[in-house]
Design a protein around this ligand. Structure first.
Ligand SMILES: Nc1nc2c(c(=O)[nH]1)N[C@H]1C(S)=C(S)[C@@H](COP(=O)(O)OP(=O)(O)OC[C@H]3O[C@@H](n4cnc5c(N)ncnc54)[C@H](O)[C@@H]3O)O[C@H]1N2
Ligand code: MOO
Length: 404
């Protein structure tokens, strides 16, 4: 049963649920998805503090100070960061203070060190304007009771720091969906095996393992199986702790395209067996006991596009993400796309910004069995179904890939 891409995506997304949660040491949380909403139990900063090395004082007293008419104050305290000062500033006095130290009681401003001269036990203030602006106030960034980081947030460097501010040493994160990868095909050998005539190395499992990781999943490499129903079925049954099972190869109509038979043998209910996209038309999807089984094409570029369009959103949902889709923009073709398109087509591309436009160029070598075009791509052009060849200057829709 062949289905439209949007229908296939809906079927798969409706089938999966968000993974359970686990607690993980904060230092291991980068790129994990936060499994709880974190509320602050304190103000931050927790006290009024100085953003400068200088003198804490009463701002009004020094507002008119200039180098010609300095205001002289008596130094009454010395406050390094980490102290909790008790001596209040009074008229005619100042406290030496370090960046990050709490303001002493009654201080209403800070003058930076460069605008002062020490004279024995006193300090001359040479420029006094704006002293009241030099305070970081308690709670100015976060207030007690504030929801600071929402469940489903991707933990980037900023979030890592914020979770530390809030004392979350072992936050809840969503467990990563475990994705079993199997390469099928009697011509496929492991990467470290000698190549003999007729054989090729298993590149799909490595390409897909990177795509799995990028979508927030954890790969379990189950190796490869030859074109034999029992062998493939056996390998699929060796990873009962996985949530999603992805095979490549054997998804089309050839004599050795066996994935459909494997599903039958294992009692996996078939959801669809073709999706109207190019490349990546042959895709089987099945389910058994709440687990998802996907049979992608053996052709590397086709497997990559099917994964991108069908498996990635599913893993993003399972991994606890709130947004499952990549950003899309409009761009102008800088070189033509010469093929007419029947089914919706995805074309590896590079896009770049010029003074007036975003331009995009299809990568060379778009063959379904080829990988070079995917290697240098920072984007994918989406060509609608039933499109004629597209000349230079056509506006096209472009999916932006990260990290490229
Ligand atoms: N008569 C028809 N033939 C084909 C059709 C069709 O509609 N009618 N569709 C073509 C399209 S489109 C595709 S895509 C492929 C899909 O074939 P399969 O999914 O059955 O994949 P295989 O035949 O097993 O392999 C295709 C190709 O990819 C190489 N391959 C396989 N596994 C790996 C791997 N792990 N690493 C690297 N390369 C791999 C394999 O050697 C083949 O060259 O079918 C067309 N045929
Ligand atoms: O559908 Mo095939 O997947 O064109 O490459």
């Amino acid at each position: 049963m062949s289905v439209k891409l949007e229908i296939a995506q809906e079927i798969l997304l409706n089938l999966v649920t968000v993974m359970p949660r686990e607690r993980v040491p904060l230092q291991e949380c980068w790129r994990r998805i936060l499994g709880e909403t974190v509320t602050s139990d304190m103000d931050f900063p927790p006290f009024d503090r100085s953003p400068l090395d200088g003198y804490a004082l009463i701002a009004d007293e020094v507002a008119a100070a200039t180098p010609e008419n300095p205001v002289i104050l008596r130094q009454i305290d010395y406050i390094p960061a980490g102290e909790n000062p008790h001596t209040a500033v009074r008229a005619g006095t100042a406290c030496r203070i370090m960046t990050g130290a709490p303001l002493p009681p009654a201080a209403t401003g800070v003058i930076r060190l460069e605008d002062t001269v020490l004279q024995g036990n006193s300090v001359a203030i040479l420029a006094g304007k704006g002293a009241d602006k030099n305070i970081c106030f308690r709670g100015e960034e976060i207030f007690a009771g504030e929801e600071v980081v929402a469940q489903g947030t991707v933990i980037n460097a900023g979030v890592m720091g914020m979770l530390a501010v809030l004392g979350k040493s072992r936050p809840y994160v969503f467990c990563k969906p475990r994705v079993a990868l199997i390469a099928t095909g009697s011509e496929i050998v492991p990467v470290d095996f000698p190549l003999v005539p007729g054989k090729i190395r298993n590149s799909n499992s490595y390409m897909l393992s990177a795509q799995v990781a990028d979508a927030g999943g954890q790969t379990v490499l189950l190796g490869n199986a030859s074109d034999n129903v029992d062998e493939i079925a056996h390998l699929l049954e060796t990873a009962s702790d996985c949530d999603v099972f992805v095979t490549t190869g054997g998804a089309s109509v050839g004599d050795y395209d066996l994935i459909g038979e494997v599903y039958k043998k294992l009692g996996i209910t078939l959801l669809f067996d073709r999706v109207s996209i190019k490349p990546g038309m042959p895709v089987l999807a099945g389910t058994r006991d709440g687990k998802l089984y996907l049979g992608l094409s053996g052709n590397p570029a086709a497997a990559a596009i099917s994964f991108e369009q069908l498996v990635r959103p599913v893993l993003m949902k399972m991994a606890g993400r709130k947004v499952w889709w990549r950003p899309r923009i409009k761009a102008i073709l800088a070189s033509p796309f010469k093929k007419a398109t029947g089914a919706k087509r995805f074309v590896w591309a590079r896009c770049w910004q010029t003074a007036n436009d975003i331009l995009v160029e299809p990568s060379r070598g778009q063959g379904n069995g080829m990988l070079k075009s995917a290697m240098g791509a920072n984007s994918i052009i989406v060509i609608p179904e039933n499109s004629p060849p597209l000349p230079v200057g056509t506006e096209v829709e472009v999916v932006l890939l990260a990290d490229a």
